[in-house]
Design a protein around this ligand. Structure first.
Ligand code: PRP
Ligand code: URA
Length: 209
């Protein structure tokens, strides 16, 4: 079964609490999501492979380490996942970026795909799939399915907040995909919203409601 990692770092928890507050406006919401994404990616990438390299410093030659193994790609689930891309790229500027367009039908809660563009060599990369909300898990599960259909085998899912229902869905559908979250919430309400959650992440990011 895939691993679930919940980040309890004080900075992440502090920033997440401000994001949850309904009085927090889109500008601050966007800034905080970018900052949390940076902090999360630092931990998500803790087990990346490195290799020994020789370096000429201005003083002498020494041994250091650099990233080795698979290159990275960050793939946001549109729209709300866009709010996590810059935070990841601030830490991993060489990562390529793919996009998956999905929205959740408000009646059926089923994901509807409207766009998918991944880097040409994405099957050779470690894919960091980002979306602030993991609710029923339908969107993330479908996004992972599309990515796998394009030959990708190494995928990590990074969410700001997850409901237990969404975690269970991903662990059932994709037991090879580890899940990283800043908050594991209580449950989903009758409209499929995470409780306590933070409301509609896309609308809060882009000010559309
Ligand atoms: C939100 C969120 C996830 C999805 C989670 O997107 O960003 O993609 O809902 O719900 P699920 O786990 O039940 O599938 P939404 O469909 O609101 O689209 P948006 O990002 O364009 O606002
Ligand atoms: N999508 C959101 O943006 N928020 C939720 O609580 C659930 C799905």
């Amino acid at each position: 079964m895939s691993k679930l990692v919940v980040f309890d770092h004080p900075l992440i928890q502090h920033k997440l609490s401000i994001m949850r507050d309904k009085a927090t406006g889109p500008k601050e919401f966007r800034e905080l999501l970018e900052e949390i994404s940076m902090l999360m990616i630092y931990e998500v990438t803790r087990d990346l492979e490195t290799e020994e390299v020789q370096i000429e410093t201005p003083i002498c030659t020494c041994t250091g380490r650099k990233l080795a193994g698979r290159k990275l790609a960050v793939v946001p689930i549109l729209r709300a996942g866009l709010g996590m891309v810059d935070g990841v790229l601030n830490m991993i500027p060489a990562a390529k970026v793919g996009h998956i367009g999905l929205y959740r039908d408000p009646q059926t809660l089923e994901p509807v795909e409207y766009y998918c563009k991944l880097p040409a060599d994405s099957e050779t990369r470690e894919i960091l799939l980002v979306d602030p909300m993991l609710a029923t898990g339908g969107s993330a599960s479908a996004a992972i399915r599309f990515i796998k259909q394009r030959g990708c085998t190494h995928i990590r899912l990074i969410d700001l907040i997850a409901a237990p229902e969404g975690v269970a869905r991903i662990q059932k559908d994709h037991p090879d995909v580890d899940i990283y979250v800043a908050g594991l919430d209580d449950h989903l309400n009758e409209h499929g919203y995470i409780v306590p959650g933070l409301g509609d992440a896309g609308d809060r990011l882009f000010g559309t409601k």
